[in-house]
Structure formats: structure tokens, C-alpha cells
Ligand binder design. Structure first.
Ligand code: ATP
Length: 839
């Protein structure tokens, strides 16, 4: 096969080969062509998009037609029709293409990395800096160049020339002109303008005085310059060298044990790599030279207007904090303890944040359990100024404080929490405050103490704001907290930069670009997170349920596929199997009715939105320590809001349609399993799906994110041995009919409360955790009492058993051993400490 044809076949195959067509990239002619990524950026030209970006996109569209013409001119052969418009055989391969790991799609900015290449790990580093990872299965990884990813690249110090040069060295074909002009167009003015806080004053800064003159002449920005200050001041840019991130190899006095930690170079990796990155290093050295920078001062309340206006002008501003030259804000005595050694990926993510000696605002994306907290703590230890941390719940507030005390030498008096029952400040001039989004974003009347604390928070300047689980907070909340708290730099931490709404770009705007995103599979291989076996279990619908499914309105169909008796049996079987293996199992159900039915029928404990805080704690503690409580049923509330004890097996029986974020969050719940480094240990994630229903479609959509992270979902069509499980439920047609009738009655009454609203949960858990008063919703009306009459049966065991399991726990508590008695006393103490106040 000629070399040219090889190029075609590889690019065509792409990283998504073999994947469901519903998750493949859109075809030519669709509006999302360039770097098409549903979550991060739409290629549709938006009003706020600058002319340069519009032109760059237009150039790519033109190049698409040129490419087709070239392709046609090149002549098509008998295989061409397989590749349609993805026939790139007109691109000529470099003579040593075998040694280069990248393919590039000149039409859409897609980049394919051969992950088996000796240069793969270096290339991957580079690609995660300049492009959005789209899909990273075993052999071929796919990335997309997007305006946002290029913005992020510039924000960590790369310039367009670096990007093109390195891409050209790694590519099997010369970088196509269309891609060159896309990169140049998008990055043309990125990084040219910076927003800097110096000595509590905001400045618009640039190394190009003409750029500042242009801004001063702008009708919106001009008038916002602080009157009476010099038009433009000139100073020397800070040198890059000298900054040491604590806990890293370079940190003085910190003994490093990273040997064996950093992934070893693959066989065949050689000095050649140094060559590839020579360009970067040369340019990095240049950065060390002190350039002159020019700046003008702007009013504090003009910051957001200027950010917006600059974006409209195609000059997105980078927010940077020159903390080493900040003499106005008191220094905080904080350092990592000598024993704390941050891992290589944590170090890498921080080096993107502090790459030029200043703190850049942005997002760091690490999978659950990979140690985001330590990343935040290390950032605080680097900046050494006042820090405010925003968490999703009061429980996380307590944990963040504990982690600070564990990893750093901070004086306990210098770190305070602000929740409704704790409103103390730190004792020194500066310190750390840990609080929740709710406490800060809350509107309306506050208690006296709470108001005083808010006045304290809003009246001073903070060096760093850490936003934990930043993808979860409702958009209006993080908008509010970022606007009322004055902070020099912001660090957003998250496991999944995914939202099914369109608010993800708000994060880019309000917090900053994505600075780093880790590769899940790589961390699993290195033992930092657990290896997980994922399986989709296909459960055929029983005849009576399928008949009802075909007849019911779409609103009711979902309850039928969730309550499918065969799914119930599969769940029962898997719980039995994994309990015998010694696993701790969490069963997730979004549907509260199904959650209760399953849990009660199986005699297991459950937690959902209406479960009181005290009961929640008691159940979670039992799940963690009581060897008789190994399975916990959880509603959507467990996706994010609860701090769950460690589990090693997850079973999903009902979920939120096609939500990829929920799937990823749920999987994240088992990634931190402590046994992960045991020989051959695997955690398990099962998704139970009713066959031939819409659930199958949602399921494959949900998996897209995890498949892109490299997880392979096995399909199980039959669970070996299920028929011989003692006490298998719903084996007789009578039982199945009874269940169906129960469901039908439920559907006729009200199913509207079956699904909890995420926003409700976010507020509920936090308010309850922090002791705020909650107006209880009326529970959904249940009609179980009439079931047996309607079904013609008299046995109410099902319904009676329903109520008993959570209650049993309460009863059994009296009989528990001293350990559990102690645990109970502690719970009671905690409960007492969480009494509501008037917030
Ligand atoms: N460099 C490190 N050295 C040793 N232990 C670490 C390191 N980084 C993190 N850990 C440990 O890994 C565990 C998980 O960390 P952490 O809770 O911060 O993860 P996370 O990313 O915030 O997870 P989640 O998203 O689930 O909250 C903790 O027990 C933490 O102490």
C-alpha cells in the first residue's frame, strides 16, 4: 500500500473507530466543524467572537473546500468511497513519518496521537497544553484544536510560533496551511493584554504600548482608566526563574521520593525528544529576560466591564497575580510539611498555574481521588497570602480544614471556617477561610454574626480563591461569589469539566482557562486511582412489562424500564455476588420511587433527598464500619453532595437520561478505593439497562465521556448462575403482575416527585449540613396499602419489609458493640453541633 494511502486510513480510523455513531464527530457541512467539542466551544460564530477568530474559522472553511478540490484532483481509487470527505491522501507524508506520532486533520483541527509511539508521552504533554482531549482509548488518542484550547496554551506561555513548530516536528505530514492560519488567527492577540492587581490596584498591562493606546482610545475602556493617574506607566516584567513550588523536586529541603513515580520513558524514547522540545526551551529561556511592560490603572468596579469589552475586541485578558511583589497584603506563614511530596501530575498542573512566576487563574481537572485538595493546598503554600476556599457542603468545609492541618504547617488559629454554626475569624493579619458557596452567595437577611463575617470577607483582598467542585455549583452561584469577593487569583478544581447545559464557557470567562487535565487511564496504571471494570448488563423486559412499555406515554416509560423485574433480579444477583466477595456496594437510582422499592424489597439501607442529616450520617457510618451493612442505595444526592465512604462496586439502576457528567461522577465514587494497589484489584461499575427500550440509547450516550477516558464497557447479556440464586425475586408471573399493578397505580397518582432536582439537592444538603432551616416538601403520595387488594393477594410482606430496613438500623443500634456505641455518641455530638441557627 502506498504511503499516501496509509495516511488516509489512519486519520479516518481515528480514536473513535468502533465507537457508537451517536458520539462521532459531526460530518462536513454541520455547523460545528472546527475543534467541534459540544462542551467547550461552539464553532458557530457568536456575537462576542473577535474578527480574528471569525477569520481563522472562515479560513478553515475555505480550506475545507480546497481540500476537497485537492482530493478530487488527486484522483480517487476503489477505496476512496470508504473515507468520504476524510480522504486526506493528498497530504504527503514526511520521509521519516514512522518516527512521528501525530496525524492532523486539515479540515477540522482534529489531531490523532499514536499512543504506542516512543514519543507519545512527550507529545501528549504538548497536546494537553494546546488542544482539548476528546478521546483517549488505548492506542489512538484524539484531540481538538479550539479557540479556547489555544487561549489556554497562550496563557501558559506558549506563542503561536512555538505551537506550530512543535506540531510540525511531531506531525507525520507538514502542518497544513489551514491549521497554521487557524492557530495564528486564534492566538494573534491572546495574552497581549493582562489584568494585574498590584498593591491592591487593578492595572491593564501589556508589553506592547501601542496595544494600550488602542485600548485607551476605545469608547468603553478609555473612560474607565482611573483619572489623575499617569496614562501609561512602564516597568520591568518580573523574571520567571526563582519560583519554587513547595513539595516538588526543586523545593529546598524537601526530600523527594518521586523516583519510580514519574512514568518511565517508554522503550525507544531517546535524546531525540530533547530535540523536539528544544524550541520550547529556547523560548522559555527568552522569557527569563526582563521585558518592559506598560500599564494603566483601572477602577476596581470596572474589571468585569473591561474583561467583556476586551473579549469583544478579540483581546481576551489574562488574569495574573504577581504575588511575589505584593507588599500590600500580609504574608501568610504556611508551607507544606517536609513529608508532603506532591505527585508528578499534581506538580505538572501547578506548574501550568505558576509557569511564569505569577499565579494564573484557571481550572485544574483531575479525576476523583487523584488529590485535588493537595493541589489547592500547594497553591496556597506557593502564594502565601490570604486564601478563601469555597466548597459544596459543610462536610467538605471540615475536611478541607483538616487536610490543610494534615499537609501544611499552618497554625490552626490561622485557618477558620465560616458555616452557619461557626463564624470565627483567623487571629492574625491574614489567614484562610473555608466556607460554602451557599454561605457566600446567599441573598436576603442574614443573622448579625453572619453579616459581620460577610462584611469581613468582602472588605478585604484575598490572594487566592479556591473553588472546589466548580462544575457542580449552579452558574449563578459562582458568578455571585466571584463578583463579591475580591481576589487576586482563582483556582477552580473539578473532576469533570462537563455540564449538560451551556454554562461551561461561563467557567472559562469567570475563572479562567483550563490549565491542566489529567489522563485517567495513566493515573490508574500508576496506582493513583483504582482500576475499574465497567460493564453494561442488558436485562430483557418481561412480556407484561414490555407490553405496558409500548402502551404507556413517554413520561411513564422510564419507570417501567427501571422497575423491570429482570433488572431487579440482576441487581439482586450482583449484590449477592459482590457482598460475598467482600465488596462494599453502592446502588444508584435517580428515581426515588424505584430506590425505595428496590432497597426495601432487598432489605438494604437507602438515602435520598428527604433523609434527615442525622439519619444520613448514621447510615453512612454503618456502611463504612458495620460488616453487616455492605450495600447502600443512593439517590442523585450521592452523585456529588455527600461525602461517601469508600465503595468498591457500583450498580446503577436508574440515571439521568444521557448525562455524561453523572456517569463520570458516579464512577469517581470508586476511584479512591484504598485496595487499589493490591495485586489484581479491580473496582466494578455496572450499569443495568432494560433491553429494547430508550434506556439503551441514553446509556450509550452516558458512557461517551468514560469511553473517551479509555474505559471499555463490556456488555453482559446473561449473568451466569442467576437462575439458581436462592430467593430470587419476581420469578412467578403472579409476583410480576402484582409489581406491575403497583407501578401502574403509582403512575396514575403522581410521578412528578420521583426525580429530585439537582439544584434543590445542592441547596438542601448544604443548608441542612450547615444547620439552615429547610421547608419540607410534601412527600409523594404512595398507595402501597391498596396493592394486595387490587392484585388479589393478601400478603403485605413486601410493603411491611419496605419500611423496616432503615428502621432496623436504628433499633439495632442499641445492640451494637462498644465501637459503634462510641460512634453513635460522636454522631450525637455532631448532631448537637449542627443545630439550626437563624441563617
Ligand atoms: N501527593 C500525595 N501523596 C500522598 N497522598 C495523597 C497525595 N495526593 C492526594 N493524596 C491522598 O489521596 C486521597 C484523595 O485525595 P482528595 O480527597 O484530595 O482527592 P480529590 O481529587 O479531591 O477527590 P474527590 O474529587 O473525590 O473529592 C486522599 O486520601 C489524599 O490524602
Amino acid at each position: 500500500m502506498p504511503a499516501k494511502r496509509k495516511a488516509t486510513s489512519n486519520v479516518k480510523g481515528g480514536a473513535k473507530a468502533g465507537r457508537d455513531s451517536s458520539v462521532s464527530t459531526p460530518g462536513p457541512g454541520t455547523p460545528r466543524e472546527i475543534g467541534s467539542s459540544d462542551e467547550y466551544v461552539s464553532s458557530d460564530v457568536t456575537e462576542s467572537e473577535s474578527e480574528t477568530v471569525k477569520n481563522a474559522k472562515a479560513n478553515l472553511t475555505v480550506s475545507k473546500y480546497q481540500a476537497r478540490k485537492q482530493s478530487a484532483a488527486h484522483g480517487r481509487d476503489s477505496a476512496s468511497h470508504f473515507f468520504g470527505n476524510n480522504d486526506f491522501s493528498y497530504l504527503s507524508l514526511k520521509p521519516d513519518h514512522d518516527n512521528r506520532p501525530l496525524w492532523i486533520d486539515p479540515q477540522k483541527g482534529r489531531i490523532i496521537l499514536e499512543s504506542f509511539s516512543p514519543l507519545a508521552s512527550q507529545a501528549q504533554d504538548f497536546l494537553t497544553t494546546i488542544a482539548e482531549p476528546q478521546s483517549r482509548p488505548q492506542f489512538l488518542h484524539e484531540y481538538s484544536l479550539t479557540p479556547h484550547s489555544l487561549y489556554a496554551a497562550v496563557s501558559v506561555g506558549l506563542d503561536p510560533k512555538d505551537i506550530i513548530d512543535i506540531l510540525d516536528r511531531l506531525c507525520k505530514v507538514p502542518v497544513p496551511d489551514s491549521i497554521r492560519s487557524f492557530i495564528e488567527g486564534c492566538t494573534h492577540s491572546y495574552g497581549k493584554v493582562k489584568l494585574v492587581l498590584k498593591n491592591t490596584k487593578h492595572y491593564v498591562e501589556s508589553s506592547d504600548p501601542e496595544m494600550l493606546q488602542r485600548l485607551l482610545k476605545d469608547e468603553v475602556i478609555g473612560p474607565l482608566r482611573v483619572q489623575g493617574t499617569e496614562d501609561i506607566t512602564t516597568s520591568l516584567a518580573p523574571k520567571m526563574g526563582g519560583l519554587v513550588i513547595p513539595g516538588t523536586r526543586n523545593a529546598a529541603g524537601v526530600q523527594q521520593a518521586t523516583a519510580g513515580e514519574e512514568p518511565k520513558p517508554k522503550e525507544g524514547e531517546n535524546a531525540n525528544q530533547e530535540d523536539i522540545f528544544a524550541t520550547l526551551n529556547e523560548d522559555d529561556d527568552d522569557d527569563d529576560e526582563a521585558d518592559a511592560v506598560h500599564a494603566f490603572q483601572i477602577a476596581d468596579d470596572a474589571v468585569e466591564t473591561i474583561q467583556k469589552r476586551c473579549l469583544e475586541l478579540g483581546l481576551p485578558v489574562l488574569e495574573e497575580y504577581d504575588f511575589r511583589n505584593d507588599d500590600a497584603n500580609a504574608n501568610l506563614e504556611i508551607d507544606l510539611k517536609p513529608a508532603a511530596q506532591i505527585r508528578h501530575y499534581q506538580e505538572k498542573s501547578l506548574s501550568k498555574m505558576f509557569g511564569n512566576g505569577r499565579a494564573k487563574s484557571g481550572l485544574i481537572v483531575l479525576p476523583c481521588g487523584a488529590g485535588k485538595t493537595l493541589v489547592g493546598i500547594t497553591a496556597a503554600c506557593t502564594i502565601k497570602k490570604g486564601v478563601i476556599i469555597l466548597c459544596t457542603s459543610s462536610m467538605s468545609v471540615v475536611q478541607w480544614r483538616q487536610e490543610f492541618l494534615k499537609w501544611s504547617n499552618i497554625n490552626p488559629n490561622d485557618i477558620a471556617v465560616f458555616t452557619s454554626d461557626n463564624k470565627e475569624r483567623f487571629t492574625g493579619n491574614t489567614g484562610i477561610i473555608v466556607t460554602t458557596y451557599n454561605m457566600v452567595a446567599q441573598k436576603g437577611k442574614r443573622s448579625y454574626d453572619s453579616q459581620k463575617m460577610m462584611d469581613f470577607l468582602t472588605s478585604r483582598e484575598w490572594g487566592l480563591m479556591i473553588l472546589d467542585e466548580v462544575h457542580v455549583a449552579p452558574a449563578h452561584m459562582f458568578r455571585r461569589v466571584t463578583s463579591i469577593i475580591k481576589t487576586h487569583s482563582k483556582l477552580g478544581l473539578t473532576a469533570t469539566l462537563l455540564r449538560e447545559d451551556d454554562k461551561i464557557s461561563d467557567l472559562n470567562f469567570l475563572i479562567g482557562p483550563k490549565l491542566y487535565e489529567a489522563n485517567w487511564m495513566e493515573l490508574a496504571e500508576q496506582g493513583h486511582i483504582a482500576r475499574v471494570q465497567c460493564a453494561e448488563v442488558w436485562c430483557p423486559m418481561t412480556t407484561e412489562f414490555y407490553t405496558a412499555y409500548l402502551e404507556e406515554s413517554s413520561r411513564n416509560k422510564s419507570l417501567l424500564w427501571i422497575m423491570n423485574p429482570r433488572k431487579f433480579q440482576a441487581c439482586q444477583f450482583l449484590i449477592d455476588y459482590h457482598e460475598k466477595r467482600g465488596d462494599k456496594i453502592i446502588v444508584f437510582s435517580d428515581n426515588v420511587y424505584a430506590l425505595q422499592m428496590y432497597a426495601q424489597k432487598l432489605g438494604k439501607v437507602f438515602i435520598y433527598g428527604e433523609t434527615s442529616n442525622a439519619e444520613r450520617l448514621r447510615i453512612l457510618e454503618n456502611f463504612q464500619h458495620n460488616e453487616n451493612i455492605n450495600t447502600l442505595f443512593l439517590s442523585k444526592i450521592g452523585d456529588t453532595s455527600l461525602d461517601l465512604p469508600e465503595a468498591t462496586c457500583l450498580i446503577q439502576i436508574s440515571s439521568h437520561f444521557g448525562s455524561r457528567r453523572q456517569e463520570a461522577q458516579r464512577l469517581g465514587r470508586i476511584l479512591r478505593a484504598k485496595r487499589r494497589n493490591d495485586e489484581g484489584f479491580n473496582a466494578f461499575f455496572y450499569s443495568l439497562v432494560s433491553k429494547d427500550t430508550m434506556e439503551m440509547v441514553y446509556s450509550s450516550k452516558r458512557q461517551a465521556f468514560l469511553v473517551d477516558q479509555g474505559y471499555a464497557f463490556k456488555v453482559i447479556t446473561h449473568l451466569q448462575g442467576i437462575e439458581s440464586l436462592p430467593d430470587l425475586a419476581f420469578t412467578s408471573p403472579g409476583e410480576r403482575r402484582e409489581l406491575l399493578q403497583h407501578i401502574m397505580i403509582h403512575m396514575e397518582t403522581d410521578t412528578s416527585n420521583d426525580f429530585e432536582q439537582t439544584d434543590d439537592l445542592f441547596h438542601r444538603v448544604d443548608r441542612e449540613g450547615s444547620g439552615m432551616k429547610i421547608k419540607k416538601k410534601k412527600p409523594a403520595k404512595r398507595t402501597a396499602g391498596t396493592l394486595s387488594e387490587l392484585a388479589g393477594g393478601q400478603d403485605m410482606a413486601y410493603v411491611e419489609q419496605n419500611k423496616s430496613r432503615n428502621k432496623d438500623l436504628k433499633k439495632n443500634k442499641k445492640e451494637s458493640n462498644p465501637f459503634f456505641k462510641k460512634l453513635h455518641r460522636e454522631t450525637q455530638k455532631r448532631k448537637a453541633a449542627w443545630n439550626p441557627d437563624d441563617d
